[in-house]
Design a protein around this ligand. Structure first.
Ligand code: GDP
Length: 591
């Protein structure tokens, strides 16, 4: 039993079956952790479609599946602090109180998103005090019939989805603005799919009804073709005719927002430590890093210690959209805060924690989590093994094709695909090049992007790379369906590549208890304690296993760099000869 397990068992005081597993673990070591044989582990891995030999490493997800199958409760090593952080998320149902809805405005360019946001703000921001000029802080709150509504002041589905891709769920209701004279346009459709992918309820604001060529029925008809069915037409989506110019219908819009909010039963506990999302941030030359937050639950107070993304700080001051100081900010309240040590990113979540020490530990834990997560790219092959392991039941696809005919044909082909394990679901499809917004939608929805006879816009491929989103490009339909079918069956083999880490030359031999140690010089790269290795003699591989011991001047070491001497033991091998070369390597799953 490892020291870690021993601690765990002692901590809980029960015959605990908790087990800490590193982000990657060699099969043999996993067997030790689970008090079983490597064969047993390999069998379990095979059940979930992962083929690995005794000396190969598997990632945490695969290891955790095995651990669960063997009756353990797996934890990612080094996640204790994060666990503490997460425990706070649990809400006490008895303390929940209604909270204001947070609304984002979306729609096609020039359909009047900004005008609507401005008109609502000018009309409804709580009494305009003398000199009470509102500032843009990224969000504002209005009073409607004595109730509050929070508006996110950066319209558009791009910002909405970019935040979601960071893990933030800010928006409760999406207002889809459609100009009555122009009707449903490409970005209207994109906004619909982005809101639907996030499962956020939509209210349609049909704008510019003051114009002579406004045609409400045409808009409703076009929407119904995209499965946005208006109430009067038997659907459940409310459509409100408005004019940002004359301000007609805006109160009606606010009332409907409150109605949808009531149906959604939005609640939070104002008495707990605050949690929420950074929606904007900047570096102010005199006040330092400033961030606009929206509190999701709890109440944020001056003096609270918060962690936000990769940074933390103590809240020194808070301001509302009129630049007035706030002492507290409760659920759904937007506030600009001062006191973070570094500028966080929009979409980062924040939590207030007990003290500075907890903040520092949590940041370190987040860092480790990110490093572990960073190794997992959302490739089709990765989805396939997730499907095989039963972790995913639906493969979400953003589809782009050259012409409408191919969009329809490919979508139809994809939606007909399913296996007994999973099915394909197209969450957004349209003609045109693969855009940044497509990548972010796939990222936020944990899906992939398929391009059929189309390329990516400049920049989109780079973002996909950075975000770990898989873009699959095809020009033959059956090749595409073949790949997806295999993925849905969970039988798509990951492409595994071998990477050579370094070489060491055997220069002397030592006999030790139970075998032989090779006295080596690392000639290039490096050798690590757990490296997989092959011993080569005259370019022929004579043995493949892994390093069993690595020493420098009688000390056990983790790694030895090129140019240094060391003593190397290789598992199951002691027939070294001078001049043998030990090659260290590891395998990587290709994106
Ligand atoms: P956005 O790109 O969706 O944010 O659209 P804007 O709010 O910038 O509006 C685009 C144009 O439409 C501007 O010239 C506005 O003055 C105009 N506009 C917005 N709302 C209305 C409206 O209700 N009636 C009329 N006639 N024009 C409007």
């Amino acid at each position: 039993m490892s020291a870690r397990q021993a601690t765990n068992a002692a901590d809980t005081g029960t015959p605990s079956k908790k087990v800490d597993i590193p982000a990657t673990v060699v099969v043999r070591d996993l067997a030790d952790l689970l008090h079983t044989t490597a064969i047993e582990v390999i069998k379990e891995l095979m059940k979930s479609g992962v083929m690995a030999s005794i000396n190969q490493s598997v990632d945490y997800d695969a290891a955790a599946t095995v651990a669960e199958a063997l009756g353990f409760e797996p934890h990612l090593q080094g996640q204790e602090e994060v666990a503490v952080e997460r425990e706070q998320v649990e809400e006490d149902a008895a303390k929940l109180q209604p909270r204001p809805p947070v609304v984002t405005v979306m729609g096609h360019v020039d359909h009047g998103k900004t005008s609507i946001l401005d008109a609502i703000r000018e009309t409804n921001v709580t009494e305009q005090e003398a000199g009470g000029i509102t500032q843009h802080i990224g969000a504002y709150q209005v009073d409607a019939n004595g109730q509050k509504i929070t508006f996110v002041d950066t319209p558009g589905h791009e910002a909405f989805t970019a935040m979601r891709a960071r893990g933030a769920t800010v928006t409760d209701i999406a207002i889809l603005v459609v100009a009555a004279d122009d009707g449903v346009m490409p970005q209207t459709l994109e906004a619909i799919d982005h809101a639907k992918a996030a499962a956020v309820p939509i209210i349609v604001a049909i704008n510019k009804t003051d114009l002579p060529d406004a045609n409400l029925d045409r808009v409703k008809q076009q929407l119904s073709e995209r499965e946005v069915l208006i109430e009067e037409w038997g659907g459940d989506v409310i459509a409100v005719p408005v004019s940002a110019k004359t301000r007609a219908g805006l109160n009606d819009l606010l009332e409907h927002i409150l109605l949808v909010a009531e149906i959604s039963e939005l609640k939070a506990d104002p008495d707990r430590p605050a949690e929420g999302t950074i929606i904007e941030s900047e570096l102010d030359s005199s006040r330092g890093p400033m961030a606009t937050i929206i509190v999701r639950t709890g109440t944020l107070r001056i003096g609270d210690v918060v962690i936000a993304g990769e940074t933390w700080g103590r809240v020194k001051a808070m301001f509302d959209e009129k630049g007035e100081r706030l002492q507290t900010a409760g659920p759904s309240t937007p506030a600009k805060i001062m006191g973070l040590s570094v500028v966080p990113r929009a979409g980062d979540t924040f939590v207030s924690v007990a003290d500075e020490r907890t903040a520092r530990e949590a940041i370190e834990a987040r860092e480790r989590e990110r490093t572990a997560a960073g190794q997992r790219a959302a490739t089709l092959e990765a989805f396939s093994s997730d499907i095989a392991a039963g972790r995913v039941k639906e493969l979400k696809i953003v589809l782009k094709a050259d012409v409408q005919g191919s969009v329809e044909a490919v979508q139809q082909a994809l939606e007909g695909l399913s296996s007994d394990r999973a099915r394909a679901r197209v969450i957004h499809s349209t003609t045109g090049k693969i855009s940044e917004s497509d990548i972010m939608l796939a990222r936020a929805s944990e899906g992939i992007v398929i391009g059929f006879n189309v390329r990516s816009e400049p920049g989109a491929a780079r973002i996909a790379d950075g975000e770990g989103v898989d873009i699959r490009q095809y020009d033959i339909i059956y090749k595409l369906t073949e790949d997806i079918e295999r993925a849905l069956k969970g039988i798509m083999e990951p492409i595994i590549e071998e990477v050579v880490d370094g070489h060491a030359e055997v220069r002397a031999l030592f006999r030790v208890r139970g075998g032989r140690i090779a006295g080596c010089m690392v000639t290039d790269g490096l050798l690590q304690r757990n490296s997989q290795v092959r011993v080569k003699r005259d370019e022929e591989v004579v043995h493949t296993s892994r390093v069993s011991s690595l020493r420098r001047v009688k000390e056990d070491v983790r790694e030895v760099q090129a140019g240094l001497e060391c003593g190397v033991g290789v598992e199951g091998f002691s027939e070294f000869q001078e001049g043998d070369v030990i090659e260290a390597f590891h395998t990587e799953t290709k994106d």
